[in-house]
Design a protein around this ligand. Structure first.
Ligand code: ADP
Ligand code: MG
Length: 367
């Protein structure tokens, strides 16, 4: 890996990679013990790493141009917290993590809702697990990477992002039950169906993301508590209608209907009826806009423009308040939909969006 050689003057012992992801459907359901259906992007974070003899870690990132060294005595802040968090969580879990030096680079856009943070954690975790010969089954890794982000970096994300980055398979979407952590790999060959998934990075500045995300989580927990159930996964629409608080009612209705939309999407994909998932995507967007209230004008504009240009379905993907929109389109209509969204953004005076066609790629791996 040329970056590792440039920084450390030698080849790394190994090179590992973990992808970013988009969520096909199932938004804000993961922390409600519900269902999600992400797939891995071809964009990924690549890390070259070698062991060192001391309990010390050095990490350099091409994206920040910074090189940070830490040991176990300090709490690391900033972007390197995602790396130090992985070291911390592995030690908390009782593993003897080797000291290491690492160089990383990524083509996952940072902070666009495509989970560059999970790609970073997952690539580092995979590298350290291999370097140290740690006996750590793949299905136990996402929860550790999530804890690194929650408890060390201080971001209250659910289990979806790390599960997708670590467990996805090329050509498949990952049907994940966030309560049992059981997965099923659902074939998702859009090209064979004459279709394409367009990801549109709206470039909308994230507004109040962390605070609003935490507020949604709290409201969902309060709604579950008011209903006397462990999580909104266990609610029905009839139960939701009985909630006294109108905000809790809207939030819970999103979660309950969104879980059902994931199940319906999986059923259609199992049947090879790819095009028919479009209306479920669009309904998911309406639910996020009206009931969960996590969209912003840029993402609503992108969804409307994509649908007007002939997309079968379109929705915001990711935690909300900016980020990316997914559109399911005919394979030969990507340019038409792209121009429609670009024109709509220009008319509104928004920063030009960055669309790309997403093909489901593999999960974390040694290269
Ligand atoms: P997302 O995961 O949607 O991209 P987040 O805000 O969760 O957005 O994570 C983005 C943060 O993750 C960045 O601000 C940075 O701190 C860190 N990060 C991700 N990838 C890299 C990288 N290649 N180099 C340095 N920091 C990174
Ligand atoms: Mg993230």
């Amino acid at each position: 890996m040329k970056q590792f050689v440039a920084v450390y003057g030698a080849e790394p012992e190994g090179v590992w990679a973990a992808p970013g992801r988009v969520n096909l459907i199932g938004e804000h359901t993961d922390y409600n013990d519900g269902f999600v259906l992400p797939f891995a992007l071809p964009q990924r974070t690549v890390v070259g790493a070698s062991r060192v003899d001391t309990p010390e870690w050095t990490v350099w990132s091409e994206q920040t141009g910074e090189r940070i060294t830490f040991d176990l005595s300090e709490h690391v802040a900033g972007w390197a917290a995602y790396v130090a968090g992985v070291v911390w969580v592995l030690r908390e879990a009782g593993f003897d993590v080797p000291g290491a030096r690492m160089a990383l680079t990524s083509d996952v856009p940072l902070g666009a809702g495509l989970s560059s943070s999970a790609a970073l954690e997952s690539s580092v975790l995979t590298a350290l697990a291999d370097l140290g010969g740690l006996d750590l089954p793949v299905d136990e890794r996402p929860a550790l990477a999530q804890r690194a982000e929650n408890d060390y970096a201080g971001m209250p994300c659910g289990i979806m992002d790390q599960s997708a980055s670590i467990r996805c398979r090329a050509g498949h979407a990952l049907f994940l039950d966030c309560r049992t952590l059981e997965v099923e790999h659902i074939p998702f060959d859009v090209a064979a169906a004459g279709l394409a998934v367009l990801v549109i990075d709206t470039k909308a500045p994230h507004r109040h993301v962390t605070g609003e995300y935490a507020a949604r989580r709290t409201t969902c927990e309060e709604a579950a508590h008011a209903l006397g159930i462990p999580a909104l996964r266990d609610a029905t629409l009839a139960m939701v209608a009985d909630l006294a608080d109108p905000v809790q009612q809207r939030r819970a209705r999103h979660v309950v209907t969104e879980d059902q939309r994931v199940l319906d999407t999986v059923a259609l994909l199992r049947d090879g009826r790819v095009r028919e998932i479009g209306p479920l995507m669009t309904a998911s967007h309406a639910s996020m806009r009206d009931d969960f209230e996590i969209t912003v004008p840029e993402v609503d504009t992108a969804v409307e423009a994509a649908l007007s240009a002939g997309a079968y379905g379109a929705r915001m993907t990711g935690g909300g308040f900016g980020g990316c929109v997914l559109a399911l389109v005919d394979a030969d209509a990507t340019n038409k939909v792209t121009s429609a969204v670009t024109d709509a953004f220009a008319a509104c005076g928004y920063t030009p969006p960055e669309p790309f066609v997403a093909i489901p790629g593999p999960g974390a791996t040694r290269l």
